[in-house]
Write a protein that binds this ligand. Structure first.
Ligand SMILES: [Ca+2]
Length: 220
């Protein structure tokens, strides 16, 4: 089994670099505090919330009696929002410790939590993907082009089943790309590639959502 770690990568997933490692068990949730330039994560093995700078230095552990089995995490302004599987709640805690508040109870075991705000992650005007999608036909990923990470370039990419043409901007079908893995054994693969239990086939319920599990069923 591989030891858990936190890493960063360029926008296209290349150049994966592990940050300085601390003891991690199950780091299920990770978020970036863009205002303070810090990382926050939950660890559902050690049942704690920790933060560090972007290089893994200056480690701090958040104190709070409501942190019992945290799972998902998001940060906004001066507050941390997290889900907790023992509390079965969404909780809010002051970034610098102190005030804790249960903002929603009885939600069961929620995995992820996200906060959306247009000011949360300002997009740099240098980002080439903001203009005409960087002239990419499909995906445009910003990537640093200098080691100093200051100059931003872009890398075009294609969805599964397609490959980049020689122009490095547009996509064409790639017949060599193997089909994505089909359903795990024991499951039935619907025409729309959804996976359902075999026992749902021909039970007169449209479990596939395209009714393909109810086609070709014996009548009577
Ligand atoms: Ca069915």
């Amino acid at each position: 089994m591989q030891t858990a770690y936190i890493a960063r990568a360029y926008g296209d997933g290349s150049n994966v670099t592990k940050i300085r490692q601390h003891q991690l068990g199950w780091p299920n949730g990770l978020c970036v505090d863009f205002e303070a330039d810090r990382l926050y994560w939950v660890d559902a093995y050690f049942d704690r919330i920790q933060s560090s700078d972007f290089n893994g230095n200056d480690l701090t552990t958040l104190e709070g009696h409501s942190i019992t089995h945290p799972f998902g995490i998001s940060v906004y302004k001066d507050s941390i929002y997290f889900t907790d599987w023992r509390m079965e709640a969404i909780l809010k805690i002051d970034k610098n410790g102190g005030k804790e508040r249960r903002i929603r109870s009885g939600i069961g075991k929620m995995m992820g939590i996200k906060i959306f705000d247009k000011d949360l992650q300002p997009i740099s005007s240098q980002n080439p993907c903001t203009r005409r999608n960087g002239d990419c036909s499909h995906f445009c990923f910003p990537v640093p082009v200098s080691p100093s990470l200051i100059i931003i370039g872009r890398h075009c990419a294609c969805p599964y089943g397609f490959k980049l043409k020689e122009d490095q901007r547009s996509c064409e079908p790639n017949p060599n790309e193997p089909n994505p893995a089909s359903c795990p054994s024991g499951l039935y693969e619907c025409r729309n590639r959804r996976c359902i239990p075999q026992s749902y086939k021909c039970d007169r319920d449209n479990d596939c959502l395209d009714n393909s599990d109810e086609d070709d069923c014996p009548t009577g």
